[in-house]
Design a protein around this ligand. Structure first.
Ligand SMILES: Cc1cc2nc3c(=O)[nH]c(=O)nc-3n(C[C@H](O)[C@H](O)[C@H](O)COP(=O)(O)OP(=O)(O)OC[C@H]3O[C@@H](n4cnc5c(N)ncnc54)[C@H](O)[C@@H]3O)c2cc1C
Length: 388
């Protein structure tokens, strides 16, 4: 636990996950004055230390695809920039189709990805079998595949950012809870924390699954809702699988790490909200085992090393919420990343930092702005490809 060292900051960021730390990095490099990042947990205690490490550019909308593509480029240079190897491996992402109708639903994504110059492929059942050795006969009629998608290890990414921001004089106060946002005349003036008040004219809400709570504590009606997602890691087995595999019908996704473990999860209908804790439910292991071994029967004999869960911070239209909330000047949203905050973090946080500095961004406010859920402005589109 480390109390904030000063009482006055230029920017205070709530949440030391990938979004808060990356935002701090961009801001500090731009020289915005003293920055505080405050988190009630430990480094990586939120979703940023609990995810599958998937990074994909196959999206239903061009706006998300372009953010993801820019993030891929950033993760490729992460080692050079931050001195940490995040084991970013561009070994592909495979969306499976169990029926011709499912394959037809994946086609527009494939077409969009190709229109952006990326080499998406539509595979038949044989093409899928070549990528997923041991897949059950008849388990997929085909799928879509992009070889430059991939996976990374989340922890070194957080460590690299943590060290980088501290080297840039950002203060990271861990074990300090934010109890509320303080305002005067409707404007943000700072934070009330478990270690006392701090002043800051700009507050960034990067609180992940808890961001809705923080916004609401500031008096803002927001549509964010947390959903619990479970995931596991198996004992290692001889490497046989390159891509991340996603099956839309039940939300199954899994990849094989470079250490040989299978890491993957499945969507279960947990009640919304953060009340369920972050352990594994009794229903998860049998459901996951049945789903995985139905697809690749020989994985059914693997032992599970550990299972855990974390929170997605979901929005009704599947786009994150980025930018200043004009109902409370000085309050910036950097949240609503659902199950994809890691893969969008480098590019999205660059825009968040620009917004905090009062600069224009190239983000369509109708897709990403906080105002799209209030007043006359309605969400302009929906990003439905929320799996894996
Ligand atoms: C099981 C699972 C699998 C996933 N798989 C992928 C994937 O393959 N690829 C991908 O890109 N994304 C994936 N995600 C999503 C991704 O992990 C998140 O979108 C991303 O980590 C969000 O980062 P964040 O910094 O916004 O939030 P977090 O990492 O959750 O950080 C928020 C922080 O805010 C802190 N906080 C909250 N409230 C307060 C308060 N009042 N006071 C102080 N601190 C507070 C918390 O302690 C927490 O550390 C997955 C998520 C889960 C749960």
């Amino acid at each position: 636990m480390s109390a904030p060292a000063r009482s006055n900051y230029s920017v205070a960021i709530v949440g030391a996950g990938i979004i808060g730390l990356y935002t701090a990095y961009h801001l500090a490099r731009a020289g915005t004055g003293p920055i505080l990042v405050v988190d009630r947990g430990f480094l990586s205690s939120g979703a940023s230390g609990r995810n599958g490490g998937g990074v994909r550019q196959q999206w239903e909308t061009r706006a998300t695809l372009r953010l993801a593509r820019e993030s891929v480029a950033a993760y490729r240079r992460f080692g050079r920039e931050f001195g940490y190897n995040i084991w970013f491996r561009q070994s592909g992402y495979l969306f499976l189709a169990e029926t011709d109708a499912e394959l037809a639903r994946l086609r527009p994504v494939h077409d969009l990805v190709r229109s952006e110059g990326l080499d998406s492929r539509v595979l038949d059942a044989d093409g899928v079998r070549r990528l997923v050795d041991g897949i059950a006969p008849g388990a997929a009629v085909g799928g879509t595949y992009l070889g430059t998608d991939g996976t990374l290890y989340p922890f070194p990414a957080l460590w690299g950012l943590y060290e980088a921001v501290r080297a840039l004089d950002v203060e990271v106060a861990l074990g300090v809870e934010v109890l509320g946002v303080t305002t005067a005349d409707g404007r943000v003036t700072g934070l009330a924390t478990s270690r006392g008040p701090v002043t800051a004219s700009r507050v960034v809400n990067a609180a992940g699954g808890w961001s809705g709570d923080l916004s609401r504590a500031a008096g803002l009606d927001v549509p964010n809702h947390a959903t619990r997602h479970e995931i596991l890691a198996t004992e290692p087995m001889k490497p046989f699988l390159d891509p991340m595999v996603v099956r839309p019908s039940d939300g199954l996704y899994f990849s094989q790490t470079m250490r040989g473990e299978i890491v993957g999860g499945l969507t279960l209908p947990h009640a919304p909200g953060t009340g369920g804790g972050m352990s594994s439910s009794a229903a998860f292991l049998p459901r996951m085992a049945a789903s995985l071994s139905r697809l690749v029967p020989r994985l059914g004999s693997l032992g599970v090393l550990r299972a855990w869960s974390g929170y997605y911070d979901d929005t009704p239209d599947g786009f994150p919420i980025i930018g200043e909330d004009l109902r409370c000047p000085g309050f910036f949203h950097a949240n609503g990343f659902g199950g994809h905050g890691f893969m969008l973090a480098p590019s999205a946080t660059r825009r968040i930092a620009r917004a905090v500095m009062g600069e224009a961004t190239d983000l369509d406010p109708g897709l990403f702005g906080p105002g799209r859920f209030t007043g006359a402005a309605r969400p302009a589109a929906v990003e439905r490809l929320q799996l894996g």
